[in-house]
Design a protein around this ligand. Structure first.
Ligand code: MSP
Length: 507
């Protein structure tokens, strides 16, 4: 065991049904979690749902439900979506759970006792329809920009979090820890934002009831973002289990999209500093997925659910696409046509063909028994290069590069078969050469199955079994087990099996 590795996704709002944008983040975090498990880390992978605030209260009211009834239904849909695409989260947090209320109240009390929360009078403009505050510049012809209705002048007592006190400490933190916000372009954005200056913000509301009451003044409920961010501490026992919290905190990775980077790289670290707690090791903000191509161009991304794509592409096909299609960190288009093309090229052709050719030939030419893998075959160097590139790319969350290296090994093995033509050597009665080539290819496949397992766990596991290996790829340990010849396979029984990735033909 190499120690604790804690990784999180955002907790998703339950006013929306799960869609491929949410899945995009969640699959990447899952691949990271699975990859760290392969290293023997004691992984805690957390996802969940954000269930307080006005948005949820309203979505429930529109449906004639209580907020909790509505949250129960939608939160369950997230769990189902994640099961469908084989998300291996160890915990699923809901902000309406009692454990979260305990943690939020303990956290708030700590920040309050440390003197970073104060009561102040908020004076400004208020639109009751929006239940939101405005300043003069927001108004259109003196009216609310959303409802075109008059706004009211209000004077309300709210608790304010003294964010401004953390401007300098945060700048110093990010200057001293360049890895804390990734990719680098996002770190620069955060520093730019901090240098513009931070303003204190109101962290309580008396106008809404759907939230967690402040422990020292229960007439106020906690502002939804203040409550939501604390989920990351709740799940590791903050306020309830100090030993667990000590062991798990700080978190290694918060994975999220750029839309909520400020909350994670400014508000949350400031809250942690105010509570006297260590800051997250890394906040990784990826880009935004948009919809392109023809078939779905009229569909908004929010209407494409994992369940719309999994029946056709399978869970592995879904995962493969979203992880390898875009450079993690940049924006990109999702298109159905692109997804089919990539599936056919990389999974059906490259990967699927290599597996079926090699397994078929091993059954036909070698009696279904794995021959010796040569210690010095031509694929040995390719496999070593793939492993190195994979390990360093995944270490930087460059998923497309990491799996690109594995697919390069697949192409190398396919090319090696083309060059050495084992069907000819077999026909010519050269059993030793035939066995040598196939032994090498089977070993390359073992390494491919292992390295690809965090991404396409079902196919990797099926291939593992067909190669006559015991257990599952998850039982092996990286990097040693992915070294050429690391496992004795000679004599294992090989099976052909069905096609791992049947081609998809689009009319
Ligand atoms: N509830 C807050 C997060 C609180 S975390 C303490 C929230 N929820 S959300 O449901 O709106 O989720 C936003 C996140 O969903 C993004 O940061 C990203 O992880 C994911 N995505 C939603 N749409 C997306 C795309 N179109 N593309 C990529 N990621 C997307 O904000």
């Amino acid at each position: 065991m190499s120690g604790s590795f804690y990784v999180t996704t955002p907790i998703y709002y339950v006013n929306d049904a799960p869609h491929i944008g949410h899945a995009y983040t969640t699959v990447h975090a899952d691949v990271l979690a699975r990859w760290r498990r392969l290293h023997g880390d004691d992984v805690l992978f957390l996802t969940g749902t954000d269930e307080h605030g006005l948005k949820i209260q309203r979505a429930a009211e529109e449906r004639g439900l209580t907020p909790l009834e509505w949250a129960d239904t939608t939160s369950a849909r997230f769990r189902e979506a994640w099961a469908l695409i084989d998300i291996s989260n160890d915990d699923f947090i809901r902000t309406t759970e009692p454990r979260h209320r305990v943690a939020v109240q303990a956290f708030l009390q700590q920040v309050y006792d440390n003197g970073f929360i104060e009561l102040a009078t908020y004076e400004g403009l208020y639109c009751v329809a929006c239940e939101a505050y405005y300043v003069d510049d927001d108004l259109v012809d003196g009216l609310c920009p959303i409802h075109q209705r008059p706004v009211e002048s209000v004077s309300e007592e709210n608790y304010f979090f003294q964010l401004s006190k953390f401007e300098q400490p945060l700048i110093e933190h990010y200057e001293a820890n360049p890895e804390a916000v990734q990719p680098e372009s996002k770190r620069n954005e955060v520093l730019g934002f901090l240098r513009q200056g931070l303003r204190d913000f109101s962290m309580s509301r008396t106008s809404i009831s759907w939230g967690i009451p402040l422990p020292w003044d229960p007439a106020h409920v906690t502002y939804v973002w203040y409550d939501a961010l604390i989920n990351y501490a709740t799940a590791v026992g903050f306020g309830a289990d100090p030993d667990q919290f000590e062991y798990r905190w700080p978190v290694q990775y918060h994975v999220l999209a750029k839309d909520i980077l400020r909350f994670h790289a400014v508000y949350w670290p400031a809250m942690l500093m105010a509570a006297g707690l260590p800051l997250p090791e890394h906040v990784f903000a990826h880009g935004y997925l948009l919809v392109g191509g023809e078939k779905m161009s009229k569909t908004s991304l929010n209407n494409i659910a994992p369940a719309d794509l999994v029946p056709e592409f399978g869970s592995d096909g879904f995962r493969y696409h979203f992880v390898t299609d875009l450079h993690f960190g940049q924006d990109g288009d999702f298109s159905y046509e692109g997804m089919v093309a990539r599936y056919n090229a990389d999974l059906a052709n490259n990967f699927g063909n290599l597996a079926s050719r090699v397994l078929n030939m091993a059954v036909t030419y070698c009696g279904g028994v794995v021959p010796d893998a040569r210690a010095e075959g031509p694929l040995v160097a390719h496999a070593a290069i793939a492993l190195d590139a994979y390990e360093s790319a995944l270490g930087e969350l460059k998923f497309d590069d990491g799996f690109g290296a594995v697919w390069q090994l697949i192409r190398d093995a396919n090319g090696y078969i083309e060059d050495s033509q084992p069907w000819k050597t077999h026909k010519a009665g050269d059993a030793a050469v035939t066995a040598a080539v196939l032994g090498d290819c089977l070993e390359a496949l073992r390494i491919v199955a292992l390295l690809a397992s965090p991404l396409i766990p079902r196919a990797a596991s099926a291939l593992w079994t067909r190669l006559g290996l015991t257990g599952a790829p998850e039982d092996a340990r990286l990097p040693d087990a992915a070294v050429w010849g690391a496992v004795a396979t000679t004599g294992n029984a090989v099976e052909k099996g069905e096609s791992l990735f049947p081609r998809i033909d689009v009319p």
